[in-house]
Design a protein around this ligand. Sequence first.
Ligand SMILES: [Zn+2]
Length: 137
Amino acid sequence: MTTPRLEKENEYAYVVFNGEKVSKNSVAKAVMGYRNEGRPGATALFGPAELGYACPVCGNENADRLYWSEYSGFIWCEECNLDFPSCLGVKYSPPAIGQEPLNDRERVELQTEIFLKTVSDAIERWRKQDGRGSDCD
Ligand SMILES: [Zn+2]
């Protein structure tokens, strides 16, 4: 794996990744906040592809081209240059290695579980903000 060419927007987000301008979602930023809010530089032990996620648009499940998004609860596909809610990218039961894709019912059950956890995390974030309001642009 080569070192990506990066240009940071701030301590949590990039403007340029591998020479390409990255997608932005101001609503995701306002509602969900940054993934590593309060913990700049934190890195996940496993990437989304390793945990059973794939891009719901192009099917990308390449660990080197599917990343945790800068937004909490989101994944970023480098192929599509798109941030999407992680629940939409469920394909395999974690760990993904050696697994068959989940059947429709199993996938929707796991998507629902992840959706509810994501909403719960967002509510907790908003409670902690205690009325500081939206940081929407
Ligand atoms: Zn994609």
